[in-house]
Write a new protein. Structure first.
Length: 380
């Protein structure tokens, strides 16, 4: 900044008459951003044209090999390559160390690839395979809750949807309106993908935030092929579910059912209650694993992460969800009406059957309380 002194007090003689007043050069604050925008335009043009050499020049020169830099739009070069379905450029950027999980406004590269509906199926599948090989996250939703699987369904990418299902993605994740992948398949009239989801155990009786079922969505669009598939499997699933869950049958038919195992001289293990826990925790996909292990309810309620891994629960998010559900169960408050007999029945005749059923209920609650006590003592 120029220093001004009263006339005659300057410590230096000068011939200048402007007393320090001079025009400063104008600073161009937008130069950096203009350069950044130009680089992105050039890069995007090279990507759209599939020009790998030009992309390499821009990455090594203008970007100084910073493949994860967020450009003017906040997209990375990898996101542009995925969105425009340039599999060779995607492969090059991944080999250069591009992060497949960097996102912009909650959109990840695999979401961008699955949103493309114009490129060939083989190209999109190649991109998805390359991203998966670099450990991209599959069970993730954008700010609207839409997952890569949902985007693949909306783009009619059957092969990509099959690949994601082969990776055991969570098909019960919900978007902002409460839709799962099955809702998306019905809404976008994708019968083949719908069959794939059903074969993976997708739930057909769920409702969205508006109280609509998958069948309601299909009927609203008059997609008769989707309606036929849903009606067929709803009937089949009702029968199959009864057959598959015989081991977990919880229908009380007599007083002996309050003492499971008593007819065989065994102690009650209450394994038939486990599916209800799994359903409440949104972990019903794990029911076959639990059934095959032969564990009882106490063992289930005391599962540690190491036990879950031994059971074959490989997905970290499933283990986390199960642990969170078990913790919530053990820490919940008890209500008086949860245990029969705590309220005195004002009846003249209290039969032996009433006593047996009440005691059976108490036995089960004591069994659960014992597990909760063990859980509490071992947890910080």
């Amino acid at each position: 900044m120029a220093q001004f002194r009263p006339a005659g007090l300057s410590d230096e003689d000068t011939d200048s008459d402007d007393y320090g007043f001079y025009e400063k050069p104008i600073r161009n604050y937008n130069a950096y951003y203009s350069t950044k925008k130009k680089i992105e335009i050039d890069l995007q043009e090279a990507i759209i044209n599939g020009n790998v050499e030009d992309v390499e020049k821009i990455v090594t020169g203008d970007l100084n090999n910073s493949v994860d830099i967020k450009l003017d739009s906040c997209w990375t070069p990898l996101m542009h390559a995925c969105f425009h379905a340039q599999d060779k450029i995607v492969k090059y950027l991944l080999e250069m160390g591009a992060d497949p999980n960097l996102h912009a406004d909650s959109v990840t590269p695999i979401m961008a690839a699955c949103s493309n509906s114009s490129a060939s199926n083989d190209t999109i599948l190649n991109i998805v395979n390359n991203l998966i090989c670099k450990d991209c996250i599959l069970n993730i939703g954008d700010k609207y809750g839409q997952t890569p699987l949902m985007r693949a369904i909306s783009s009619s990418r059957v092969a990509v949807a099959q690949k994601l299902l082969d990776m055991n993605v969570n098909i019960e994740m919900r978007d902002q309106q409460g839709w799962t992948a099955i809702f998306w398949a019905a809404h976008h009239n994708q019968p083949e993908i719908l069959e794939m989801l059903i074969s993976k155990g997708g739930r057909l009786k769920e409702v969205d935030k508006s109280g609509r079922t998958v069948l309601d969505i299909a009927n609203s669009h008059d997609y008769q092929n989707i309606v036929d598939i849903l009606k067929k499997h709803l009937n089949v699933n009702d029968g199959d579910e009864t057959e598959k869950t015989t081991f977990f049958d919880n229908e009380v038919k007599s007083w002996q059912d309050y003492y499971p195992g008593i007819e065989k001289g065994e102690k009650p293990n209450y394994s038939h209650e486990i599916p209800h826990f799994l359903y409440g925790m949104h972990c019903e996909r794990l029911t076959p694993l639990i059934k095959n292990s032969g564990m009882d309810l106490r063992t289930f309620l005391l599962l540690e992460e190491s036990d879950m891994i031994k059971l074959g629960i490989d997905m970290p998010y499933e283990r986390q969800r199960l642990k969170r559900g078990l913790r919530s169960f053990h820490l919940r408050g008890w209500k008086l009406n949860a245990v029969s007999g705590l309220y005195t029945k004002k009846v003249e005749n209290f039969s032996v059957l009433d006593c047996l059923t009440t005691l059976g209920n108490h036995l089960q609650q004591i069994y659960i309380l014992e597990a909760t006590l063990q859980y509490t003592l071992h947890k910080p």
